[in-house]
Write a protein of this length. Structure first.
Length: 159
């Protein structure tokens, strides 16, 4: 199963949800999406807007791969349950976030081979990203303090 998550942010992420819905139309693998405030409602995948942290963790743990925005919490949740993650940063130019900090984080983690970065959510790029996650070895057990975990992950490339 592929789990798609856009987090709790108040701005939608229709570009990712639409592209993953199109991918789901031709996928032999189930796709479940947490769409948050996105206006687009998938027609080819199971979806919900928001749920409990426990339910999202359950879906993350059950997934073969996670596709999500490049939010620090989403990335750490994937690391915590040992699942590979394809990250698609929300972009300020598309009114998906206030700035491009997700792109900065995604680039830093991609350079360390901890995530697969897909800059633009297009079906083939997402399919290729999902297929390339087998080469990732995400850190496990990255729970605890979010700021400390992100600092530790990023500092590994500097040591």
């Amino acid at each position: 199963m592929i789990f798609v998550t856009v987090g709790m942010h108040h701005q939608g992420f229709d570009r990712l949800i639409k592209a993953m819905d199109e991918l789901a139309a031709t996928s032999e693998e189930a796709v479940i999406m947490q769409i948050g405030a996105s206006a687009y409602e998938p027609v080819h995948a199971e979806w919900f807007r928001f749920d409990t942290q426990e339910r999202v963790q359950e879906l993350s743990s059950a997934a073969r791969v996670i596709v999500g925005h490049a939010g620090a919490g989403t990335i750490l949740a994937a690391f915590h349950c040992g699942r590979p993650i394809v990250v698609v940063p929300r972009r300020s130019g598309h009114q998906e976030h206030v700035d491009d900090h997700q792109l900065e984080l995604a680039r830093a983690l991609s350079a360390q081979n901890k995530v697969v970065l897909v800059d633009e959510p297009e079906v083939q790029a997402l399919r290729d990203g999902i297929n390339s996650t087998a080469a990732l070895q995400p850190p496990t057990g990255a729970g605890g303090n979010l700021a400390e975990a992100i600092t530790a992950i990023l500092s590994n490339s500097r040591s």
